[in-house]
Design a protein around this ligand. Structure first.
Ligand code: HEC
Ligand code: HEC
Ligand code: HEC
Ligand code: HEC
Ligand code: HEC
Ligand code: HEC
Ligand code: HEC
Ligand code: HEC
Ligand code: HEC
Length: 425
């Protein structure tokens, strides 16, 4: 198209003109006429769509106009308003886009007038990403640029549910390319990340529970520095949120060995995109146990796996036993709510044991399990006591009923005796 507008000379001229206008970005809005919008509204779909879409764009909401980005002269009624000599830039093209947006977004002083806390590192980060580097170094225009993730004219802040970069929409935004086998055909990487992510516990938490603290693509890959996490820092990625597991893991024998073997830390056992809810079945040497992939009954790791599993299982069954005896007592009308509350604390010990498992040391797990067993055994005892007291009360009740019956019978006999005496006297 009008690529001649995009040559470097014009771009530099645009920067100069734009910079001169910078301190008063809202001036254009105050101008009574905006021929850019009025003329464009009357044109074909390609040329009018930006006007329609722009109404709800964050830039429009902040008082920016067509000219803020594209330059030119909004007060000129004809095509003359789009004169490159007036700083006009049409479509920046993929290569020009980072600077096009960065003109404002990398300018801390300018951006602070609008939002004192907004980051101004998007371009700086972007150029370090696989996307940015391929664009700059190889001229690969199929990678994502600013407008692939923030569609021009309908840009909204990440907090807006309709934004392409709202946490609930990011996967779809990345998937537009990464799940498109045709689009990605030239590249040697898989195209199943979206499909697998959609099966993960993280997506379930996010989409079903609306728990926005669960990660989507950019939480693991960075917003702008999108890169595949290297083997050495996969743990850091997960560690942003699962810090206890990560601390334990990084002190374990596995951390070093896995790094040496080129295995991706947490993802070795949990996958990266289709991470599912963990279960005790993953531990040990049985079916579905991850440890069995590398360990056998004869080696130290295998023995540890079996030992940790039976410790965690013992806590589980002790918990169930205590829970059911307290349930019986409750059904019989005994007051055991405090004991039930206390028993709940054993769950914390189980959670801790599963976290300690990540140090891959049997002792650490044993410590947590024993603390849990202390709680479950105590609760079990209180359940038994409650049932014993119930029996005692029932026995007591039977005795008092008997005494009352005996008393009544005695009383009746006595009355009859007295009546008999009166009649005979
Ligand atoms: C009198 C009508 C009119 C006015 C006023 C006008 N434009 Fe245009 N604009 C057009 C037409 C027609 C085209 C298509 C030109 C072409 O494709 O050769 C166009 C194209 C564009 C393009 C796309 C260029 C490309 O590379 O494809 C942009 C961006 C644009 N205008 C922005 C603006 C801005 C900003 C203003 C105000 C400063 C403005 N226009 C004023 C009619 C107008
Ligand atoms: C935040 C910056 C920004 C603002 C404000 C903005 N644009 Fe754009 N516009 C762009 C970018 C970037 C592109 C190139 C889009 C792309 O490559 O996908 C573009 C492309 C266009 C095109 C070409 C569309 C096409 O599909 O070929 C037109 C026409 C246009 N803009 C008109 C306008 C008009 C009219 C306004 C004001 C209502 C406006 N723009 C406001 C950034 C902006
Ligand atoms: C003329 C200066 C300017 C240009 C050029 C510009 N922006 Fe902006 N942008 C702003 C301002 C000002 C805001 C409002 C910041 C605020 O109030 O939070 C904003 C807001 C945003 C936001 C929402 C940020 C938030 O969290 O609120 C995004 C996303 C964004 N711009 C992306 C882009 C992209 C992508 C481009 C290039 C196509 C671009 N901008 C070009 C000035 C600009
Ligand atoms: C691969 C997709 C992608 C690309 C490319 C991209 N962004 Fe973003 N951007 C995001 C995501 C995702 C967020 C939301 C971050 C969040 O939730 O806080 C975001 C947020 C933003 C924000 C809001 C403030 C912030 O930093 O959180 C601005 C401004 C922004 N991007 C501008 C840009 C600019 C300018 C470019 C081009 C240099 C760009 N983005 C390129 C995905 C992208
Ligand atoms: C416009 C299409 C497009 C969009 C949108 C897009 N990407 Fe990409 N991405 C690519 C292309 C093309 C590559 C280069 C593939 C390669 O490196 O072989 C790439 C590379 C990557 C890589 C490096 C892969 C590797 O092993 O080399 C990661 C990670 C990545 N993208 C993550 C993301 C994330 C996260 C998002 C969304 C926030 C996203 N991408 C959005 C097109 C896109
Ligand atoms: C929980 C963290 C996490 C989330 C969420 C996540 N990724 Fe990844 N991703 C990773 C890790 C870790 C790797 C590196 C895997 C390795 O080295 O084995 C990776 C690798 C990649 C790669 C390189 C090619 C490949 O498949 O190995 C691409 C592209 C990618 N992810 C895109 C995405 C997209 C798109 C999304 C969202 C739909 C996403 N990722 C969500 C952690 C995540
Ligand atoms: C942005 C925060 C965040 C990141 C990054 C993250 N997760 Fe999660 N993860 C969560 C949340 C929130 C949940 C759901 C709540 C829970 O059960 O802990 C979860 C759940 C899980 C579960 C299921 C827990 C269970 O109860 O069974 C596993 C396993 C998991 N994540 C592993 C990982 C791995 C491995 C990585 C790195 C590749 C990772 N997570 C990255 C936040 C995160
Ligand atoms: C050698 C295999 C292995 C590695 C490496 C590993 N995990 Fe686990 N992970 C497990 C097993 C097995 C379980 C299930 C334990 C159980 O339920 O008894 C688990 C459970 C979890 C859980 C759920 C805990 C709960 O309360 O149910 C989370 C979260 C988790 N892992 C995160 C991580 C993170 C983060 C990393 C990296 C720092 C990591 N894992 C590394 C094997 C592993
Ligand atoms: C991807 C392969 C792999 C998986 C899966 C794996 N391990 Fe390991 N593990 C190793 C390697 C390799 C070593 C180091 C052996 C050495 O240094 O002699 C090791 C060492 C250990 C050690 C220390 C043994 C010692 O000699 O001190 C323990 C304990 C252990 N693993 C437990 C587990 C448990 C429990 C699981 C399942 C939750 C598991 N491992 C899963 C490969 C694995």
């Amino acid at each position: 198209m009008k690529t001649e507008w995009l040559n470097r000379g014009v771009f530099v001229a645009f920067f100069v003109v734009a910079a001169a206008h910078m301190p008063a970005p809202v001036a254009a809005q105050e101008s009574p006429v905006d021929y850019c919008s009025s003329c464009h509204s009357a044109l074909d779909e390609r040329l009018s769509a930006p006007v329609t879409a722009f109404a709800t764009d964050i830039h429009s909401e902040r008082g920016l106009t067509c000219v803020s980005c594209h330059g030119g002269d909004a007060t000129a009624a004809g095509l003359a308003g789009m004169d490159p000599a007036k700083g006009f830039v049409g479509k920046p093209g993929a290569e020009g886009t980072p600077e096009f947006c960065g003109r404002c977004h990398s300018d801390a002083q300018f951006m602070r007038q609008y939002n004192p806390s907004i980051r101004v590192d998007q371009v700086a980060e972007y150029v370090t990403s696989v996307h940015g580097r391929r664009l700059a170094e190889l001229g690969d225009t199929a990678v994502a640029t600013c407008t692939s993730c923030h569609p021009a004219h309908s840009i909204r802040p990440p907090t807006d549910p309709l934004s392409s970069v709202n946490p609930l929409n990011v996967a779809e935004t990345c998937g537009a390319c990464h799940a498109n086998t045709e689009y990605m055909a030239e590249y040697p990487i898989p195209t199943d990340q979206l499909e697998r992510y959609r099966r993960s516990i993280h997506w379930e938490m996010m989409s079903v529970e609306r728990d926005l603290s669960a990660p989507t693509c950019n939480d693991c890959h960075g917003n702008h520095g999108a890169a595949p996490p290297g083997i050495s820092w996969v743990g850091n990625v997960c560690g942003q949120c699962h810090s206890v597991m990560t601390d334990n893991f990084s002190q374990s024998r596995h951390a070093q060995t896995f790094a040496m073997l080129g295995m991706p830390g947490c993802a070795t056992c949990h996958q990266n995109h289709d991470i599912v809810r963990a279960s005790d079945e993953m531990l040990g040497l049985g079916e579905g146990a991850v440890c069995a992939r590398c360990h056998a009954a004869g080696d130290t790791g295998g023995e540890a796996a079996t030992a940790m599993r039976s410790l965690i299982d013992s806590l589980g069954s002790s918990f169930e036993a205590a829970d059911s005896i307290l349930g019986l007592a409750e059904q019989a009308g005994m007051e055991v709510s405090e004991a039930q509350f206390e028993l709940g604390r054993a769950n914390n010990a189980a959670v801790q044991a599963r976290a300690s498992m990540h140090a891959f040391s049997v002792e650490a797990v044993r410590e947590d399990v024993e603390e849990g067993l202390g709680i479950t055994l105590e609760a079990h005892q209180r359940g038994q006591d409650a049932l014993a007291e119930l029996q005692f009360r029932r026995a007591g009740l039977a005795i008092s009923v008997t005494i009352i019956v005996v008393l009544i019978v005695g009383l009746v006999l006595r009355i009859r005796q007295l009546e008999h005496k009166r009649r005979t006297t």
